[in-house]
Design a protein around this ligand. Structure first.
Ligand code: AMP
Ligand code: MG
Length: 411
């Protein structure tokens, strides 16, 4: 840990992240998959192109292929053959001659330019070119997209739908990828009920694991759902032991704040080396991270907004490293804030905001209103976090603030 992390009091957000990432060990096991099954996996190999794309000079238009030199002798050329996609012209095309050619068809060796069919006059086998042409017109050159041997995708890259298409265009049928992570989800709390169950007095519906499951599925991991575990030492211990034996990472929500943390903390202290941190961030002060015998543990706060924000800002970054994937890139911009924002110095705030373009065409951000850590609907209305640094106090409307756009995990 760097110096700032050993200071007394709340743990700065950056130190918590740095500390966590320094302990994470990425998966090493790989598997080879057909590209049709490789979507969202993390590449375990670099991909260099085994060929030129396109593989041969070809026509970008339906029209006529010719040598530009031919037009120096007159604008009418004799049609002597045709080149179709998949059935190239095999013969010879001399000066003064041209070839009927279709989009994607291979350029005949003796031709260097194409005129589109709309710009010629056809009379039997006499093709009259109605406009001047430039050398190479409407010709797609071999390798103009990707060259033989060119580096195309890197190890650590998460394979997108476009990437699957690129791999196919290179003739690559299989790729080596890192295996999927298995992530166990545990919700703790006697007051929690599943949607569909009746609520008794004092109960609430469990929502954290539903949000987390969605975000984990977008991360492309296998989720093992342990459901709701009551606030009972033996039940919590059994769940954690079982989760640790099956998963690469165990994520719990609830039970890490002072008060009802005792069972979770006692169980975890028994099982592994877990740091119970108070991070200088809002929402989400209580957060636990550490190593169980076979897995990494992330203990999120119970409040729904706190659980989501700590998962998104901390656990997701660590899980991405575990996957061996390139670090997440999040987009932050400076914009004018058009609401007054409450804030006291001492913690880094992730307030919920709505970014929009005003009538003058400027980007502006406005608060979603009440920022209570239990108000999940504030996240549903938002499209960004207004990130206020620890030392910052309240913000008056009109001041500039940093906004972090929601990424694919929240949207
Ligand atoms: P805790 O951290 O266990 O003290 O919980 C803090 C607050 O979050 C309490 O109001 C809990 O009822 C609520 N909470 C805890 N777990 C969940 C959950 N899985 N879904 C929704 N709310 C929760
Ligand atoms: Mg609880």
């Amino acid at each position: 840990m760097s110096d700032c992390c050993s200071a007394p009091g709340l743990l700065p957000f950056d130190c918590a992240l740095e500390n966590m990432l320094s302990q994470i060990a990425p998966v090493t096991q790989t598997l080879t998959l057909p590209i049709t099954q490789a979507l969202n996996y993390v590449l375990a190999q670099d991909i260099a192109s085994p060929l030129n794309v396109p593989n041969h000079d070809n026509s970008a238009m339906d029209g006529y292929a010719f040598a530009i030199e031919s037009l120096a002798q007159g604008n009418t050329l004799k049609l002597v053959g045709r080149s179709m996609a998949g059935a190239p012209f095999q013969g010879e095309c001399k000066l003064g001659e041209c070839i009927r050619i279709m989009t994607g068809a291979k350029m005949p060796a003796c031709c260097d330019s194409v005129e589109m069919q709309e710009n010629v006059h056809v009379e039997a086998e006499q093709i009259t070119f109605l406009q001047d042409k430039q050398l190479g017109s409407h010709v797609r050159k071999a390798g103009e997209d990707i060259q033989l041997g060119q580096h195309v995708l890197s190890q650590g890259h998460k394979i997108s739908a476009v990437d699957v298409g690129i791999l196919a265009s290179l003739g690559v049928s299989d790729v080596t990828v890192y295996r999927k992570l298995k992530v166990a989800l545990i919700a703790t709390g006697d007051e929690l009920k599943l949607p569909g169950q009746a609520l008794s007095s004092g109960d609430i519906y469990e929502s954290n694991s539903f949000v987390l499951r969605g975000m984990l599925e977008k991360l492309h991991v296998d989720v093992i759902d342990f459901g709701i575990i009551e606030d009972d030492f033996d039940a919590i211990k059994a769940a954690f032991v079982s989760a640790d034996s099956q998963a690469d990472a165990v994520i719990s929500s609830g039970g890490v704040s002072v008060g009802d943390a005792d069972y979770t903390k006692t169980v975890l202290d028994d099982l592994g080396e877990i740091g119970f941190w108070k991070i200088a961030m809002k929402p989400g002060k209580p957060f636990a991270f550490g190593k169980l015998p076979h897995s990494f543990f992330f203990g999120l706060p119970g409040n729904p907004v706190s659980a989501l924000v700590t998962f998104h800002q901390l656990a997701l970054v660590a899980l991405t490293k575990m996957q061996n994937a390139d670090a997440l890139k999040r987009t932050s911009i400076q914009v004018k804030c058009i609401s007054d924002l409450k804030k006291s110095p001492g913690r880094m705030d992730f307030q919920r905001g709505v970014l929009s373009v005003n009538e003058q065409g400027e980007n502006v951000v406005e608060s979603t209103g009440s920022q209570g850590s239990g108000i999940l609907s504030s996240l549903a209305r938002a499209n960004c976090f207004i990130v206020l640094p620890s030392e910052q106090g309240k913000v008056a409307a009109g001041e500039m603030v940093t906004v972090q756009l929601f990424d694919q995990f929240i949207c």
